[in-house]
Design a binder for this molecule. Sequence first.
Ligand code: GCU
Length: 377
Amino acid sequence: MEDTRHDSRAAQARVSAIAGLPDPFLRADGSRLSSPGEWAARRREILAQIVDIEYGGLPPRPERTLWTELSRTSVGWLDRATFITGQVRTGPDRPFAFLMQLLVPPGKGPFPVVLHGDGCWRTATDEISTHVVRSGCILAQFNRTELAADNEGWRDTGLYRVFPDGQFGELAAWAWGYHRCVDVLAGLPEADAARIAVVGHSRGGKTTLLAGATDERIALTSANNSGAGGAGCFRVQGPESETLAALLRGFPRWFGARLRDYVGREAELPFDQHCLKALVAPRALLTTEGFGDVWANPAGTWQTHLAAREVFRFLGVPERIGVWFREGGHNHGLADWKALLDFMAWQLDGAPPRECFAPDPFPGTPAAFGWRAPGRH
Ligand code: GCU
């Protein structure tokens, strides 16, 4: 058993690399950063480029976001937690509305929040909800497909009805949904605005990485098995992992139109997904991965982690970027949620972690890039 696992990891580690990962410390004008104080300006350059080319921009921020509570119930089977359903409404121009549900632990808040937008396909099970609430966190959930349907008819649904000329891809529409929930959570007495985490699975994880990268109110960003266009890598591919070509063949609607220009020209893409991860710094970032989830490119994900960690190091917070690997395939199960709650308690409350968030999943694999953080050789 042990041997098979090591064989499969060794196979995973045999990557094919199109080119080295681009150096995030290199400015557009060719000069290189030398001190952490220069990161904010460089971050803005990367942010503008990645959001535009990869995701097609974000829908505009509304002038206001309102919350209307629709119902409130005490949950007998879960320690008398409070279950609240409400409507998130934006306006006054181009009004839009969708639902959010909150499971609030008993006792005195404000509580940290885990915000999860996968209500369309993976509403947290009773077991997971129980773990979140007993960890002292609010579980806030919405259905990101209310913002844009995840099917061929997408252009005629959700936010695209409000912005018929919108060039943003669906991941951006879904990330906007996370941001609007944060607008509401930041003003709710039950929630601690300084301790909001976001999580999602697979295409939902691609969404949370974009949401966390583009909104500094999010204290902790987490993505589970997010793969290509998420925590994965376009340039470094493990065996049978999803390439840029496959991703855009299957799901062009998730991305901005300009990403297509780089199919077969990945080496010319001015960024790779380590740059998206780096945008989260110095806030906390956790990606959770399965060794058997080969389509999601565990080996390439490891490389984007190593590369993004250079930015966290540069900013003096190397422990704020974590990665957690388990055996098994494409799934967002209790073990993944437990790892997130453990990482949250560590990062947001200072509790010593039980899990290992700095593993060596592919021992002996060299980094797919030659540069290091300025000042580190
Ligand atoms: C497809 C897609 C992946 C995506 C996954 C999912 O497999 O190719 O990129 O992550 O669906 O969302 O489950």
